[in-house]
Design a binder for this molecule. Structure first.
Ligand code: HAH
Length: 337
């Protein structure tokens, strides 16, 4: 078969017996990447539109238009939908933590607001969203402290975590509830995430899975660390999902800004790592139920602004024109074996 007549196998079909294949989307990309999304993905996540600040900018004011648009897109295309995210220290709102004098609210007020937010949001999408990232990124990156400092923690103490899961479960008893975090495969943080989830389970908190964000590169984390993280989390008896996968072509501390396209070497390293990662994920298909990329193709990625503002990145299996990259070929080849 020559290159032209060779048909492109859909990612979702390659892994149909293994896990769902998802993409983060927004109201712009469901237009600009429509064909690619419809062909290759059977799950979506709203990139920003279901975060607290997007849905609930003022007390008593909910703005559901954009989120609803994405839910409708999933339904039109027969895709599953993940919800992201109910409790996070970023992209939240000031009013949530303040009274009308601008003073911090009490724990009771904050927990009442949390209950009401979760009831309204999870309740609205009951039956449409099958899994929620209930709590995002509460583990401290460095040091011995378990939880990250935040207004949530300052006002409510650690209790807000269990409460959020309970409120979500009350609002939709059928939804799968996840704890989600980044640097999840680094041993130090992995052990802290494990400890948090273990404590939640001991308290009979309704939690069903751990989301590994998987913002990775060919340089970090190592495959051994990814494997060890999967094993350790799975030993809790929960299901795992990769919730925000991308494979930066840069090492995290690489500050270079001179490239207008990725080098051949970068594309090759990226392809090798994607192949190795998907081989590993397939090996753990019994515990991994979904693999979502944090985007779909290189024309749009949050990594164009992170960690170096305005520096283009190329982290996906499809290029800026939505054509398959070397990484796609390697993954497709691996999947066919
Ligand atoms: C993720 N954080 C968030 O979960 C997601 O909602 C957002 O759109 C992009 C990435 C990753 C992260 C961060 O925001 C800051 C520092 C490290 C990692």
């Amino acid at each position: 078969m020559n290159q032209v007549s060779q048909s492109i196998v859909a990612l979702k079909d390659m892994f149909k017996d293994d896990f769902k294949i998802g993409a983060a989307v927004n109201p712009f990309t469901i237009q600009s990447q429509k064909g690619l999304l419809a062909n290759h993905f059977n799950s979506i996540t709203a990139e920003n539109e279901m975060k607290f600040e997007s849905l609930h900018p003022e007390e008593g004011t909910y703005t559901f238009e954009e989120a609803d648009l994405l839910v409708a897109f999933a339904q039109e295309h027969g895709m599953a939908m993940r919800g992201h995210t109910l409790v996070w220290h970023n992209q939240s709102t000031e009013w949530l933590f303040q009274d009308n004098q601008g003073q911090l609210v009490t724990k009771t007020v904050l927990m009442d607001r949390l209950r009401s937010h979760i009831q309204t949001v999870v309740g609205r999408y009951k039956g449409d969203i099958y899994a929620w990232d209930v709590v995002n990124e509460v583990i401290a990156d460095e040091g011995d402290q378990l939880l990250r400092s935040s207004k949530w923690l300052d006002i409510a103490g650690p209790d807000f975590i269990a409460k959020a899961f309970q409120f979500a479960h009350d609002a939709d008893p059928n939804a799968l509830l996840f704890y989600n975090d980044y640097n999840e495969s680094h041993p130090h943080k992995r052990d802290k995430i494990y400890k948090l989830v273990e404590m939640l389970l001991e308290q009979d908190v309704p939690i069903h899975g751990i989301g590994l964000q998987a913002h990775w590169s060919p340089f970090d984390p190592s495959l051994d660390d990814i494997r060890a993280a999967i094993e350790k989390y799975a030993s809790l008896g929960l299901q795992l999902q990769l919730t925000e996968l991308d494979m930066s072509v840069f090492a995290f501390d690489d500050q270079r800004t001179d490239l207008t396209q990725p080098s051949q070497e970068m594309l090759e390293l990226q392809a090798e790592r994607y192949e190795d990662v998907f081989r590993l994920l397939k090996e753990y298909r019994d515990v991994i139920s979904s693999v979502t990329f944090w985007g779909a193709a290189d024309d749009y990625t949050w990594l164009d602004d992170f960690p170096v503002k305005g520096r283009k990145n190329w982290p996906f299996l499809f290029d800026e024109k939505h054509l398959p990259k070397p990484a796609y070929d390697r993954v497709a080849n691996l999947a066919s074996k």
